[in-house]
Design a protein around this ligand. Structure first.
Ligand SMILES: O=P(O)(O)OC[C@H]1O[C@](O)(CO)[C@@H](O)[C@@H]1O
Length: 552
């Protein structure tokens, strides 16, 4: 079997040489000697334009990065994923979120099952249900039209739907408000539900496994409040609770009629799922047509990823750039800065997508990523993703981006056409977008600062070092299709990185231990008698203090 460790390959050593050269140059110099790079180091995918010229790369770096992708067998891995091979080895599963957006006339048989037919059957049921709710044909138990939808889910069953609902507010039926309950902190369900009119509220319990403590606890609470609001009439549940899950048995056990359940499949990872039935709240908000436009955007980006040569393949290029900074420059984090208030939850969504996927330190063959690496950053995997919409971030953490000691590669995402055109406000907004990447790249030298008349003693404080890499994604307008393109882009960036690192982007074993331990500790928090001190010294002492505050 080929090794998953690429650090001994020719491509890796070419990149080491590239790094030596580029670490000793600056973006100012690169642009001075090659002004055309601003139009050459670009690529287009569907409606997204990528300018990656403000990165510390030259044509030969890109060539070496593409060679690294070839060494990793990226083409074969992409083909295997799209074909439904069980590339999620540790769970022995296919990884087929791309099948969720295949057109109706496509065909894909996986493990003997026509998945396209299955996907469209569920989409059709979702569309029919959404239409009924939106038109008022589906009412609450007492006959009132549904005006509030509360999605109860966490992780992939929350972050995707809430991000997309926020992103596509401009396309929403304003007669339906969606709220999202995720945290088991009781304040979450209280704040989102205490003021609803239960008779006009629909609860969606979204959980792939239907075994997630947070979701089931919140759902039980909401169910109890609903039944109380109907003076104990349990029959109300059928008109106010629907489920989204892969597990019909558990849905039925919970007390939701499986006729009101929308299914999906184990080949859809939670963080790759909001274009499945997990997106039901979004469909209720924007309608089935808008949802299908979004799926089409996803699919077009899938096709770009599957068929475009790597040197022009936007997800591949961006994934390789992330590897470049992470493994050669040793940057530990990556900022995603959408210049759209509608994308305010996009960085949070990406945190699960990227960090639950690529926060791994063992390769697919069970070896440690650091085993064969002679120190340095070569054995690094998943970056820490973070961000906020511009311009809010500018007035918060951009100081560190501009003058801090850490290099933080950043993606700037912006749109030419505003969803709401209020005079020149959007142009002012976007002038910040363009200014920031230029300031980060080219900075301001001591001479330039002094030439402004700055007193000598503070010149150093005002020097802007520049040379801070960014990628710019510019699209015409944020539409359902463009949102689908953006999400698929980041899904495939994440996959590209995982292939180069030889890790499994589709399991998440690291979240399990904490869940088990929380279940073990819960009785110690609630028991009326002093619990045994059989945890570690710190945890025992903290629980004792907690119990004292709780009067136990
Ligand atoms: O949809 P479920 O099964 O409730 O899981 C919620 C989330 O929990 C996780 O398993 C992590 O704990 C995520 O991967 C998933 O998106």
């Amino acid at each position: 079997m080929a090794s998953y460790d690429l650090s001994g390959t020719a491509a890796w050593s070419a990149l080491r040489d590239e790094h030596q050269t580029l670490a000793a140059t600056t973006l100012r110099e690169l642009f001075a000697t090659d002004p055309e790079r601003g139009t050459r180091l670009t690529a287009d995918a569907v409606e997204l334009h990528l300018d990656y010229s403000k990165n510390l790369v030259t044509d030969s770096t890109v060539e070496a990065l593409v060679a690294l992708a070839d060494e990793a067998g990226l083409s074969e891995k992409i083909a295997a994923m799209f074909a439904g091979e069980h590339i999620n080895l540790t769970e022995d599963r296919a990884v087929l979120h791309t099948a969720l957006r295949l057109p109706r006339d496509a065909s894909l048989v996986v493990d003997g099952q026509d998945v396209v037919a299955d996907v469209h059957a569920v989409l059709d049921r979702m569309a029919e249900f959404s239409e009924k709710v939106r038109s008022g044909a589906w009412t609450g138990h007492s006959g009132k039209k549904i005006t509030t939808v509360v999605n109860i889910g966490i992780g992939g069953s929350d972050l995707g739907p809430v991000m997309a609902y926020e992103a596509l507010r401009d396309y929403a039926d304003r007669g339906i408000e969606c709220r999202f309950v995720s945290n088991i902190d009781p304040t979450d369900v209280f704040e989102k539900v205490h003021d609803v009119d239960f008779e006009s509220t629909l609860f969606i319990v979204a959980s792939k496994t239907f075994g997630t403590q947070e979701t089931l606890t919140n759902a039980r609470t909401a169910r109890q409040w609903l039944v109380e609001a109907y003076q104990g009439d349990e029959a109300a549940v059928a008109k106010h609770f629907v489920a989204v899950s892969t597990n019909a048995e558990r849905v039925a056990d919970f007390g939701i009629d499986t006729a009101n359940m929308f299914g999906f499949w184990d080949w859809v990872g939670g963080r790759y799922s909001f274009d499945s039935a997990v997106g039901l709240a979004l469909m209720l908000s924007i309608g089935a047509d808008g949802f299908r436009q979004m799926l089409d955007g996803f699919h077009q980006m899938d096709e770009h990823f599957r068929t475009t040569p790597f040197a022009q393949n936007v997800p591949v290029l961006m994934g390789l750039l992330n590897v470049w900074y992470n493994n050669f420059f040793g940057t530990g984090s990556h900022a995603v800065l959408p210049y759209s208030q509608y994308l305010n939850r996009f960085p949070a969504y990406l945190q699960q997508l990227t960090m639950e996927s690529n926060g791994k330190s063992v390769r697919l063959d069970g070896t440690s990523v650091s085993d064969a690496v002679a120190g340095g950053a070569a054995g690094q995997t998943g970056e820490i993703f973070w961000g906020e919409p511009g311009t809010n971030g500018q007035h918060a953490f951009y100081q560190l981006l501009h003058q801090g000691t850490k290099m933080t590669p950043a993606d700037f995402i912006g749109f030419a056409l505003p969803n709401h055109d209020l005079g020149e406000m959007h142009d002012l907004f976007m002038s910040n977008f363009f200014a920031q990447t230029a300031a980060l790249a080219f900075g301001k030298t001591a001479e330039e600062v002094a030439a402004d008349g700055t007193p000598a003693e503070i010149v150093n404080h005002k020097v802007m070092p520049g040379n801070r890499p960014t990628s710019t994604i510019l699209a015409e307008k944020l539409t359902p299709s463009v949102l689908g393109q953006l999400v698929a882009l980041y899904e495939h960036i994440t996959f590209t990185q995982s292939v180069v690192w030889g890790i499994n982007a589709f399991d998440q074993w690291g979240v399990e231990l904490g869940k088990v331990m929380a279940n073990q500790l819960a009785p110690k928090l609630t028991s009326t008698e002093a619990p045994a001190k059989d945890s570690d010294g710190s945890t025992d002492a903290l629980i004792e203090r907690y119990r004292a505050f709780r009067g136990r």
